[in-house]
Write a protein that binds this ligand. Structure first.
Ligand SMILES: Cc1cc2nc3c(=O)[nH]c(=O)nc-3n(C[C@H](O)[C@H](O)[C@H](O)COP(=O)(O)OP(=O)(O)OC[C@H]3O[C@@H](n4cnc5c(N)ncnc54)[C@H](O)[C@@H]3O)c2cc1C
Length: 401
């Protein structure tokens, strides 16, 4: 793509300077000048009343897009079976496919993976592309991307969804680059508009939501964060067609050989993405030591402790506790935000929680805009009282039973 100012038309009015989100335009000698910060986003083109900015896009591939049919999801497995996010994506794929009047395809790779087919069918898959081989037991970039790319080129789905996990974030760009397509990473919303996949994700530091479409190429590909989409009720009476995919992996072709996989697990720690209750703290906690009151409350409730980025950046909590745009997306039954203002980048990571309780001494804090219950006050007074009250309720309950 190229961009240029048409000097004869430019009046030096400066509208493009205001419109440029990257500060890439200056006006010099009454003419606009585009600097190296330009990302070719095109915001200036739309702002110019004199049609003095020309943005040239490369010719689009002319292809018959109607040949592409089917909403696919890549299925990620872990020790206990199908990862929850893959069931979330299968449910979402079902919804999208129903709107489009197309089938849901699930791509399942692994060793002895057939046992997961019934569950995938229950969550909405119509067709399962099953590649089974002991060499597929562990994720491997080259083999997985080779198989998936081959399937996409052969069956031509219109949409392919990947989980935004470590595996999905490694695999999806590789596949997209191999088939020569773009990829929308970390989507927080997916829907169909005029037959196209509307891929919504935070942009510009989370300050706006961008809706991204791919009108000219297929398949439309996106990664989606865990806990963003809801799973449907499974229907175990559903059946899916299973297409067995031949696997030919030759050891001599492998550029990387996985010799050993060492998994590190924080003993006793509960994963924020899996717990039903999260007690989260922000800058208002004041210090690492003061998080102790949140640990106690989380213990009483049988939940885990999360944190805002401010608390993590201050070194009060580990990075793995961070909730938000650059942290984890969580959707517990109960999220208690203590001393967290609720900036948009935090909200995108927790607003899917069933019930949100906010404790903040500032009644104007944005967290109250999304909270179901808000308590205005000092968390150091309120949290210990809340903990004691809940403890005595729990004890009373135990006595009754
Ligand atoms: C690209 C980008 C990505 C980001 N990603 C994330 C992310 O993933 N997660 C995230 O959280 N942030 C993220 N941020 C940062 C985000 O913009 C905010 O800066 C951050 O969330 C603020 O954290 P906070 O609410 O803890 O702190 P503050 O905004 O400083 O709020 C502290 C709150 O504590 C309250 N308070 C203070 N003392 C008490 C008390 N004794 N009792 C009760 N309330 C009290 C105050 O009233 C205030 O509302 C990101 C920012 C950018 C630009």
């Amino acid at each position: 793509m190229t961009i240029k100012i048409i000097l004869e038309k430019c009046t030096g009015c400066g509208l493009c300077v205001k419109a440029c989100p990257f500060g890439a335009i200056i006006v010099k000698d009454k003419k606009a000048e585009i600097g190296p910060n330009c990302t070719l986003c095109g915001a200036c083109v739309d702002s110019c009343k004199f049609e003095a900015i020309e943005l040239k896009r490369p010719e689009q591939r002319a292809e018959d897009l109607s040949e592409y049919k089917g909403v696919w999801t890549f299925v990620e497995l872990h020790g206990e079976g199908i990862k929850k996010v893959s069931l979330e994506l299968a449910s979402k794929a079902r919804e999208l496919a129903d709107t489009l009047g197309e089938n849901v395809g699930a791509v399942l790779l692994g060793d002895k993976a057939r046992e997961h087919c019934n569950e995938l069918a229950a969550y909405g898959a119509d067709v399962i592309y099953l590649a089974e081989d002991d060499k597929l037991r562990e994720y491997h970039t080259q083999t997985y991307s080779m198989i998936l790319t081959g399937l996409i080129l052969k069956y031509r789905p219109s949409i392919v969804l990947f989980p935004a996990t470590h595996v999905g974030r490694d695999l999806a760009p590789r596949v997209a680059a191999t088939v020569g397509l773009g990829l929308t990473a970390d989507c927080t919303g997916l829907s169909i508009k005029d037959g196209l996949l509307l891929q919504s994700r935070p942009a510009f530091g989370g300050n706006i939501m961008a809706d991204i479409i791919c009108p000219n190429v297929r398949p439309q590909m996106a990664t989606v964060r865990p806990n963003v989409m809801k799973t449907h009720e499974p229907d175990y009476s559903r059946k899916a067609e299973i297409i067995t995919v031949p696997v030919e992996i030759k050891a001599k072709d492998m550029r990387v050989v996985i010799k050993d996989i060492v998994r590190t697990v924080e003993t006793g720690a509960k994963s924020l993405e899996e717990v039903d209750i999260i007690v989260s703290g922000g800058r208002g906690m004041g210090s690492a030591e003061d998080f102790r009151i949140l640990d106690e409350l989380a213990d009483t409730l049988g939940g885990a402790v999360g944190a805002s980025r401010a608390a993590v950046d201050a070194g009060w909590r580990p990075r793995s506790d961070q909730v938000g745009q650059t942290g984890k997306t969580v959707a517990p039954k109960l999220y208690i935000a203590c001393g967290i203002s609720g900036k948009i980048q935090h909200q995108v990571g927790m607003k899917g929680s069933d019930t949100i309780v906010a404790i903040n001494k500032d009644p104007e804090a944005p967290i109250f805009d999304i909270a179901d219950y808000g308590i205005v006050g000092d968390l150091f007074e309120l949290v210990p009282v809340l903990n004691e009250e809940i403890k005595s309720l729990v004890n009373k309950n135990k006595e009754v039973h």
